[in-house]
Write a protein that binds this ligand. Sequence first.
Ligand SMILES: [Ca+2]
Length: 385
Amino acid sequence: MQLNRKWLAVLAALVIANVALAGMLYARLTASVPDPLAPRSGFKDGMLHVPLFPSGDPNTWETAPSASARFPPGYSLQASWTAGRAYAGWGGDMRYWLKNTGPNDIFIYGIGLEGDWGPSVCATVGVTIEPGQQKYLGMLHFPGPDAAGTYNFTFKTGLLAKGLEGDILPMVKWLDYGYVANAMKPIEFRPLAQPHQFKERTNPAYYFDKANRLMNSKDTAVLQKADDMLARFPGQYSIHQAAAAFDFVHSNITYKAEPSGEDVWQSPAETLSLLTGDCEDYTLLLAAMITALGGTTRFHVETDHAFLSVYVGTDLPAATDALSRYYNTKLHVASFSDRYGYWMTADATDSGFLGALPLGGEPLEASGWGLTNTTVHYPVDLLPD
Ligand SMILES: [Ca+2]
Protein backbone atom coordinates (compact mmCIF):
# COMPACT_ATOMS: atom_id res chain seq x y z
CA MET A 1 0.00 0.00 0.00
CA GLN A 2 2.79 2.29 1.06
CA LEU A 3 4.63 1.37 -2.16
CA ASN A 4 1.59 2.04 -4.34
CA ARG A 5 1.18 5.49 -2.88
CA LYS A 6 4.82 6.24 -3.55
CA TRP A 7 4.45 5.18 -7.17
CA LEU A 8 1.31 7.22 -7.55
CA ALA A 9 3.18 10.27 -6.26
CA VAL A 10 6.01 9.65 -8.74
CA LEU A 11 3.53 9.17 -11.55
CA ALA A 12 1.70 12.37 -10.65
CA ALA A 13 4.98 14.27 -10.55
CA LEU A 14 5.91 12.86 -13.94
CA VAL A 15 2.57 13.83 -15.45
CA ILE A 16 2.90 17.37 -14.08
CA ALA A 17 6.47 17.63 -15.39
CA ASN A 18 5.34 16.36 -18.79
CA VAL A 19 2.50 18.81 -19.05
CA ALA A 20 4.83 21.63 -18.05
CA LEU A 21 7.41 20.54 -20.61
CA ALA A 22 4.80 20.25 -23.36
CA GLY A 23 3.52 23.69 -22.43
CA MET A 24 7.01 25.16 -22.64
CA LEU A 25 7.68 23.44 -25.91
CA TYR A 26 4.40 24.70 -27.34
CA ALA A 27 5.14 28.22 -26.20
CA ARG A 28 8.63 28.02 -27.66
CA LEU A 29 7.42 26.55 -30.97
CA THR A 30 4.66 29.07 -31.43
CA ALA A 31 7.02 31.89 -30.50
CA SER A 32 9.86 30.83 -32.84
CA VAL A 33 7.90 30.03 -36.03
CA PRO A 34 7.01 33.34 -37.59
CA ASP A 35 4.60 33.48 -40.52
CA PRO A 36 6.67 32.38 -43.55
CA LEU A 37 4.54 34.59 -45.78
CA ALA A 38 4.85 37.72 -43.66
CA PRO A 39 5.82 40.58 -46.00
CA ARG A 40 9.40 41.88 -45.96
CA SER A 41 10.06 45.43 -47.05
CA GLY A 42 11.55 45.34 -50.53
CA PHE A 43 12.76 48.07 -52.87
CA LYS A 44 12.81 51.68 -51.73
CA ASP A 45 12.80 54.76 -53.94
CA GLY A 46 16.23 55.38 -55.45
CA MET A 47 17.21 51.71 -55.39
CA LEU A 48 16.06 50.86 -58.92
CA HIS A 49 18.06 51.31 -62.12
CA VAL A 50 16.56 51.92 -65.56
CA PRO A 51 18.61 50.43 -68.42
CA LEU A 52 19.71 52.53 -71.37
CA PHE A 53 17.78 51.89 -74.59
CA PRO A 54 20.47 52.16 -77.30
CA SER A 55 19.21 53.53 -80.61
CA GLY A 56 21.70 51.64 -82.78
CA ASP A 57 21.59 48.12 -84.21
CA PRO A 58 23.80 46.01 -81.92
CA ASN A 59 24.19 43.19 -84.46
CA THR A 60 27.33 43.07 -86.55
CA TRP A 61 26.57 41.50 -89.89
CA GLU A 62 29.03 40.70 -92.66
CA THR A 63 28.78 42.72 -95.87
CA ALA A 64 27.28 40.81 -98.76
CA PRO A 65 29.64 40.01 -101.66
CA SER A 66 28.59 41.51 -104.98
CA ALA A 67 26.75 39.12 -107.24
CA SER A 68 28.17 38.85 -110.75
CA ALA A 69 28.04 35.16 -111.66
CA ARG A 70 26.66 34.10 -115.03
CA PHE A 71 26.15 30.44 -114.14
CA PRO A 72 24.46 29.00 -111.08
CA PRO A 73 27.06 27.38 -108.79
CA GLY A 74 24.41 25.38 -106.89
CA TYR A 75 23.68 25.10 -103.20
CA SER A 76 22.21 22.72 -100.67
CA LEU A 77 20.77 23.73 -97.29
CA GLN A 78 19.35 22.15 -94.22
CA ALA A 79 17.28 24.36 -91.94
CA SER A 80 16.48 23.79 -88.28
CA TRP A 81 14.56 25.92 -85.82
CA THR A 82 13.07 26.06 -82.36
CA ALA A 83 9.66 27.59 -81.85
CA GLY A 84 8.10 29.12 -78.74
CA ARG A 85 4.44 28.64 -77.84
CA ALA A 86 2.33 30.57 -80.35
CA TYR A 87 -1.05 32.13 -79.60
CA ALA A 88 -3.85 33.46 -81.75
CA GLY A 89 -3.98 37.25 -81.46
CA TRP A 90 -0.52 37.41 -79.87
CA GLY A 91 1.92 35.65 -82.21
CA GLY A 92 4.94 33.45 -81.80
CA ASP A 93 8.69 33.29 -82.31
CA MET A 94 11.26 31.05 -83.95
CA ARG A 95 15.02 30.82 -83.68
CA TYR A 96 16.61 29.72 -86.89
CA TRP A 97 19.80 27.82 -87.87
CA LEU A 98 21.06 26.86 -91.30
CA LYS A 99 23.51 24.17 -92.32
CA ASN A 100 25.39 24.34 -95.61
CA THR A 101 25.18 20.78 -96.95
CA GLY A 102 26.55 21.62 -100.42
CA PRO A 103 30.10 22.02 -101.78
CA ASN A 104 30.07 25.86 -102.15
CA ASP A 105 30.23 28.74 -99.67
CA ILE A 106 26.89 30.45 -99.20
CA PHE A 107 26.05 33.91 -97.91
CA ILE A 108 22.71 34.55 -96.18
CA TYR A 109 21.50 38.15 -96.39
CA GLY A 110 17.96 37.75 -95.11
CA ILE A 111 15.56 35.43 -93.35
CA GLY A 112 11.79 35.52 -93.61
CA LEU A 113 8.64 33.74 -92.69
CA GLU A 114 5.41 33.67 -94.66
CA GLY A 115 2.28 32.34 -92.98
CA ASP A 116 -0.88 31.17 -94.73
CA TRP A 117 -2.79 33.16 -92.06
CA GLY A 118 -1.50 36.38 -93.62
CA PRO A 119 1.75 37.75 -92.26
CA SER A 120 5.07 38.02 -93.98
CA VAL A 121 8.00 39.05 -91.79
CA CYS A 122 11.67 39.24 -92.66
CA ALA A 123 14.96 40.38 -91.18
CA THR A 124 18.20 41.51 -92.77
CA VAL A 125 21.23 39.48 -91.73
CA GLY A 126 24.71 38.86 -93.16
CA VAL A 127 26.30 35.49 -92.50
CA THR A 128 28.76 33.39 -94.52
CA ILE A 129 28.35 29.63 -94.09
CA GLU A 130 31.09 27.34 -95.36
CA PRO A 131 30.40 23.78 -96.58
CA GLY A 132 29.57 21.54 -93.61
CA GLN A 133 29.04 24.49 -91.21
CA GLN A 134 25.86 25.29 -89.32
CA LYS A 135 25.19 28.86 -88.19
CA TYR A 136 22.60 30.65 -86.08
CA LEU A 137 20.75 33.27 -88.11
CA GLY A 138 18.58 34.85 -85.46
CA MET A 139 14.98 35.04 -84.41
CA LEU A 140 11.75 36.00 -86.11
CA HIS A 141 8.71 37.13 -84.18
CA PHE A 142 5.46 36.98 -86.11
CA PRO A 143 1.86 38.03 -85.47
CA GLY A 144 -0.79 35.36 -84.91
CA PRO A 145 -4.11 34.76 -86.68
CA ASP A 146 -7.41 35.87 -85.10
CA ALA A 147 -8.58 32.30 -84.49
CA ALA A 148 -6.70 29.41 -82.87
CA GLY A 149 -5.82 26.35 -84.94
CA THR A 150 -3.18 24.75 -87.12
CA TYR A 151 -1.77 26.90 -89.92
CA ASN A 152 1.16 26.57 -92.33
CA PHE A 153 4.25 28.66 -92.82
CA THR A 154 7.17 28.74 -95.22
CA PHE A 155 10.65 29.77 -94.21
CA LYS A 156 12.51 31.96 -96.68
CA THR A 157 16.24 32.51 -96.95
CA GLY A 158 17.87 35.26 -99.01
CA LEU A 159 21.03 33.64 -100.33
CA LEU A 160 24.09 33.99 -102.50
CA ALA A 161 26.24 31.00 -103.54
CA LYS A 162 29.88 31.07 -104.51
CA GLY A 163 31.36 29.43 -107.60
CA LEU A 164 34.37 29.65 -109.92
CA GLU A 165 33.97 30.92 -113.47
CA GLY A 166 36.47 30.93 -116.36
CA ASP A 167 38.73 28.18 -117.76
CA ILE A 168 42.14 29.81 -117.96
CA LEU A 169 41.94 32.19 -114.97
CA PRO A 170 39.03 30.94 -112.82
CA MET A 171 37.48 33.81 -110.83
CA VAL A 172 35.31 33.66 -107.72
CA LYS A 173 31.77 34.73 -108.59
CA TRP A 174 28.66 34.88 -106.46
CA LEU A 175 25.15 34.27 -107.72
CA ASP A 176 22.12 35.83 -106.02
CA TYR A 177 19.35 33.26 -105.77
CA GLY A 178 16.95 35.74 -104.14
CA TYR A 179 14.69 34.47 -101.37
CA VAL A 180 14.34 30.71 -101.62
CA ALA A 181 11.55 28.95 -99.74
CA ASN A 182 11.62 25.62 -97.98
CA ALA A 183 8.61 23.29 -97.74
CA MET A 184 5.43 24.35 -95.91
CA LYS A 185 5.43 23.41 -92.24
CA PRO A 186 2.50 23.31 -89.82
CA ILE A 187 2.31 25.56 -86.76
CA GLU A 188 -0.25 25.47 -83.98
CA PHE A 189 -1.72 28.65 -82.54
CA ARG A 190 -3.29 28.17 -79.12
CA PRO A 191 -6.47 30.00 -78.11
CA LEU A 192 -6.47 33.05 -75.85
CA ALA A 193 -7.04 32.12 -72.20
CA GLN A 194 -9.54 33.15 -69.54
CA PRO A 195 -8.29 34.99 -66.44
CA HIS A 196 -7.28 32.71 -63.58
CA GLN A 197 -7.47 33.25 -59.82
CA PHE A 198 -4.40 32.82 -57.63
CA LYS A 199 -3.13 34.04 -54.28
CA GLU A 200 -0.64 36.91 -54.51
CA ARG A 201 1.74 38.03 -51.74
CA THR A 202 4.56 40.51 -52.23
CA ASN A 203 7.97 39.73 -50.70
CA PRO A 204 6.85 36.81 -48.47
CA ALA A 205 9.59 36.28 -45.86
CA TYR A 206 10.53 32.69 -46.70
CA TYR A 207 11.18 33.30 -50.41
CA PHE A 208 12.47 36.83 -49.95
CA ASP A 209 15.14 35.71 -47.47
CA LYS A 210 16.14 32.61 -49.47
CA ALA A 211 16.39 34.32 -52.86
CA ASN A 212 18.18 37.39 -51.50
CA ARG A 213 20.64 35.28 -49.51
CA LEU A 214 21.63 33.23 -52.59
CA MET A 215 21.65 35.99 -55.23
CA ASN A 216 25.29 37.06 -54.98
CA SER A 217 26.22 39.40 -57.83
CA LYS A 218 29.71 40.04 -56.41
CA ASP A 219 30.90 36.48 -56.93
CA THR A 220 34.04 36.31 -59.13
CA ALA A 221 32.52 33.87 -61.65
CA VAL A 222 29.40 36.03 -61.99
CA LEU A 223 31.47 39.21 -62.46
CA GLN A 224 33.53 37.45 -65.11
CA LYS A 225 30.40 36.50 -67.07
CA ALA A 226 29.10 40.05 -66.72
CA ASP A 227 32.43 41.27 -68.16
CA ASP A 228 31.88 39.02 -71.20
CA MET A 229 28.56 40.79 -71.81
CA LEU A 230 30.28 44.19 -71.37
CA ALA A 231 32.95 43.27 -73.92
CA ARG A 232 30.21 42.73 -76.51
CA PHE A 233 27.98 45.62 -75.41
CA PRO A 234 30.25 48.18 -73.73
CA GLY A 235 29.14 51.18 -71.71
CA GLN A 236 26.52 51.84 -69.08
CA TYR A 237 23.93 49.22 -68.16
CA SER A 238 21.63 48.79 -71.18
CA ILE A 239 18.76 46.56 -72.21
CA HIS A 240 21.11 44.98 -74.77
CA GLN A 241 23.38 43.83 -71.92
CA ALA A 242 20.37 42.41 -70.06
CA ALA A 243 19.26 40.56 -73.22
CA ALA A 244 22.79 39.19 -73.74
CA ALA A 245 22.74 37.90 -70.14
CA PHE A 246 19.35 36.30 -70.83
CA ASP A 247 20.64 34.65 -74.01
CA PHE A 248 23.73 33.37 -72.20
CA VAL A 249 21.70 31.69 -69.45
CA HIS A 250 19.05 30.44 -71.90
CA SER A 251 21.58 28.86 -74.28
CA ASN A 252 24.33 27.64 -71.93
CA ILE A 253 22.57 26.16 -68.90
CA THR A 254 21.13 22.68 -69.40
CA TYR A 255 17.87 21.93 -67.65
CA LYS A 256 18.22 19.24 -65.01
CA ALA A 257 15.07 18.30 -63.10
CA GLU A 258 15.45 17.53 -59.40
CA PRO A 259 14.34 14.18 -57.96
CA SER A 260 10.70 14.40 -56.91
CA GLY A 261 10.30 16.00 -53.49
CA GLU A 262 13.67 17.76 -53.66
CA ASP A 263 14.03 21.49 -54.12
CA VAL A 264 17.66 22.56 -53.78
CA TRP A 265 18.38 26.15 -54.74
CA GLN A 266 21.86 26.62 -56.20
CA SER A 267 23.82 29.82 -55.87
CA PRO A 268 24.62 31.57 -59.18
CA ALA A 269 28.27 30.51 -58.78
CA GLU A 270 27.23 26.85 -58.40
CA THR A 271 25.02 27.01 -61.50
CA LEU A 272 27.85 28.63 -63.47
CA SER A 273 30.22 25.87 -62.49
CA LEU A 274 27.73 22.99 -63.05
CA LEU A 275 26.08 24.55 -66.14
CA THR A 276 22.94 22.65 -65.11
CA GLY A 277 19.99 23.53 -62.93
CA ASP A 278 16.25 23.98 -62.81
CA CYS A 279 14.02 27.03 -62.88
CA GLU A 280 15.05 28.79 -59.64
CA ASP A 281 18.73 28.17 -60.48
CA TYR A 282 18.38 29.72 -63.96
CA THR A 283 16.48 32.61 -62.39
CA LEU A 284 19.02 33.36 -59.64
CA LEU A 285 21.94 33.19 -62.08
CA LEU A 286 20.26 35.60 -64.50
CA ALA A 287 19.39 37.90 -61.59
CA ALA A 288 23.00 37.93 -60.37
CA MET A 289 24.37 38.68 -63.86
CA ILE A 290 21.92 41.53 -64.49
CA THR A 291 22.54 42.95 -61.00
CA ALA A 292 26.29 42.76 -61.65
CA LEU A 293 25.73 44.74 -64.86
CA GLY A 294 23.89 47.41 -62.85
CA GLY A 295 20.27 46.38 -63.35
CA THR A 296 17.30 45.67 -61.08
CA THR A 297 15.33 42.42 -61.09
CA ARG A 298 12.47 40.66 -59.35
CA PHE A 299 12.07 36.94 -58.66
CA HIS A 300 8.62 35.43 -59.30
CA VAL A 301 7.48 32.27 -57.53
CA GLU A 302 4.64 30.20 -58.98
CA THR A 303 3.29 26.81 -57.79
CA ASP A 304 5.84 24.74 -59.72
CA HIS A 305 7.98 27.36 -61.38
CA ALA A 306 10.11 30.45 -60.89
CA PHE A 307 11.16 33.16 -63.33
CA LEU A 308 12.64 36.65 -63.34
CA SER A 309 11.49 40.07 -64.43
CA VAL A 310 13.77 42.97 -65.36
CA TYR A 311 12.97 46.56 -64.40
CA VAL A 312 12.79 48.78 -67.50
CA GLY A 313 11.40 52.04 -66.05
CA THR A 314 8.30 53.82 -67.30
CA ASP A 315 8.82 53.90 -71.08
CA LEU A 316 7.76 50.42 -72.18
CA PRO A 317 7.59 51.23 -75.95
CA ALA A 318 11.21 52.53 -75.88
CA ALA A 319 12.33 49.38 -74.03
CA THR A 320 10.48 47.16 -76.53
CA ASP A 321 11.96 48.98 -79.54
CA ALA A 322 15.52 48.69 -78.22
CA LEU A 323 14.97 45.02 -77.47
CA SER A 324 13.53 44.50 -80.96
CA ARG A 325 16.75 45.96 -82.41
CA TYR A 326 18.79 43.52 -80.32
CA TYR A 327 16.76 40.50 -81.48
CA ASN A 328 16.53 41.90 -85.04
CA THR A 329 12.76 41.36 -85.18
CA LYS A 330 9.68 43.25 -84.02
CA LEU A 331 8.77 41.77 -80.64
CA HIS A 332 5.57 41.40 -78.71
CA VAL A 333 6.60 41.48 -75.04
CA ALA A 334 5.01 40.64 -71.70
CA SER A 335 5.55 42.72 -68.57
CA PHE A 336 4.24 43.43 -65.08
CA SER A 337 3.62 46.96 -63.89
CA ASP A 338 3.69 48.60 -60.47
CA ARG A 339 4.25 52.06 -58.96
CA TYR A 340 7.87 52.03 -60.20
CA GLY A 341 7.02 51.27 -63.84
CA TYR A 342 7.39 48.14 -65.97
CA TRP A 343 9.08 44.80 -65.33
CA MET A 344 9.78 42.79 -68.46
CA THR A 345 9.39 39.03 -68.02
CA ALA A 346 12.63 37.02 -68.31
CA ASP A 347 11.99 33.27 -68.11
CA ALA A 348 15.38 31.92 -69.24
CA THR A 349 14.35 28.33 -68.40
CA ASP A 350 11.40 28.23 -70.73
CA SER A 351 11.12 31.21 -73.06
CA GLY A 352 13.08 32.07 -76.19
CA PHE A 353 13.85 35.73 -75.48
CA LEU A 354 13.84 38.45 -72.85
CA GLY A 355 10.24 39.69 -72.71
CA ALA A 356 8.61 36.48 -73.96
CA LEU A 357 5.62 35.03 -72.10
CA PRO A 358 6.88 33.01 -69.12
CA LEU A 359 5.88 29.40 -68.54
CA GLY A 360 2.30 29.50 -67.29
CA GLY A 361 1.74 32.95 -68.76
CA GLU A 362 -0.85 33.18 -71.52
CA PRO A 363 -2.44 36.01 -73.48
CA LEU A 364 -5.97 36.65 -72.22
CA GLU A 365 -9.14 36.95 -74.25
CA ALA A 366 -10.02 40.32 -72.74
CA SER A 367 -6.57 41.90 -73.20
CA GLY A 368 -2.99 41.59 -72.03
CA TRP A 369 -1.74 38.39 -70.46
CA GLY A 370 -1.89 36.59 -67.14
CA LEU A 371 -0.60 33.61 -65.19
CA THR A 372 -2.96 30.71 -65.78
CA ASN A 373 -1.35 27.59 -64.32
CA THR A 374 -0.59 28.51 -60.73
CA THR A 375 -2.34 28.82 -57.38
CA VAL A 376 0.15 31.42 -56.06
CA HIS A 377 2.23 34.31 -57.35
CA TYR A 378 4.89 35.70 -55.04
CA PRO A 379 6.91 38.58 -56.51
CA VAL A 380 10.17 38.93 -54.59
CA ASP A 381 12.34 42.06 -54.85
CA LEU A 382 16.02 41.20 -55.31
CA LEU A 383 17.97 43.86 -53.47
CA PRO A 384 21.39 44.78 -54.84
CA ASP A 385 24.03 43.18 -52.60
CA1 LIG B 1 17.30 23.59 -58.08
